[in-house]
Design a protein around this ligand. Sequence first.
Ligand SMILES: Nc1ncnc2c1ncn2[C@@H]1O[C@H](COP(=O)(O)OP(=O)(O)O)[C@@H](O)[C@H]1O
Ligand SMILES: [Mg+2]
Ligand SMILES: [Zn+2]
Length: 250
Amino acid sequence: MNGQIVEVFNAVFETLVQADLVCPEHGPYTSEIVRFAGHQQWSPCRRCAIRDLRAIAARESGEAARQRIQNRVERAGVPKIYAAALLENCDQAAAVTEWLKSPSSSLALLGNIGTGKTYLACAALISAAIQGRECRYVTAAGFLRSLRSSWGQPGDEMTVLRPLTECDLLVLDDIGANRAVEHDDVSVHELVVERVERGAKTIFVSNLAPDGLRMRMGMRAFDRMRAGCVQISMVGESRRKPSGVINDKR
Ligand SMILES: Nc1ncnc2c1ncn2[C@@H]1O[C@H](COP(=O)(O)OP(=O)(O)O)[C@@H](O)[C@H]1O
Ligand SMILES: [Mg+2]
Ligand SMILES: [Zn+2]
């Protein structure tokens, strides 16, 4: 051990041996013998030690944070093909980011098939998940299907409804794509009305025009949705490749 060793008498505890050392990075520091994991060693430069600890903490919390986000996206039920959807790839990124920050509870993505509605909705969901919000993705048909299969099960419809009602952000995709019976509409009403009343954010996705959507959702739910709703009309050619293309990644 280089440096000048100074013996110091510590009245309370024990004799500590100190040395004035020089850290190549941080310059002079006082080192002392410390007991560590059953043996004695010279204490390192304090500033180096703090920097190393910070690096370890950052690495661990970075990894933990990444895992938390991934779990959140998985819980949300985003279809696998949209699990890497990025807002940065969307022309409407600014409008969606603005809406996510705003108090507005509803966002309607309306447009023809293949215009990127589901991609945009999932990109918005993933962005919200990264911010720590609990999100759910469901198609209208999938929602009604899980409601029906819950009948007679323990907890009944509540097991399906509760996570969709209580989450911070819900994507309700493909509204109006399928026919449904009256009961189903009532469930969609309930879900929409409860979320809007709570001010919880919902992204409504449909290839119906507003008039068709009103008929399909019912006036009451439609009117709730429309209050303060931001609407994005998705236009352009279908981004879906013509059917028959073998390497279609959808
Ligand atoms: N911004 C985008 N960047 C990259 N791929 C996209 C983008 N928007 C849509 N796509 C791709 O185009 C196809 C159609 O988009 P999709 O969101 O499914 O359309 P829609 O829901 O309107 O029918 C999908 O394969 C999707 O992954
Ligand atoms: Mg879609
Ligand atoms: Zn140092």
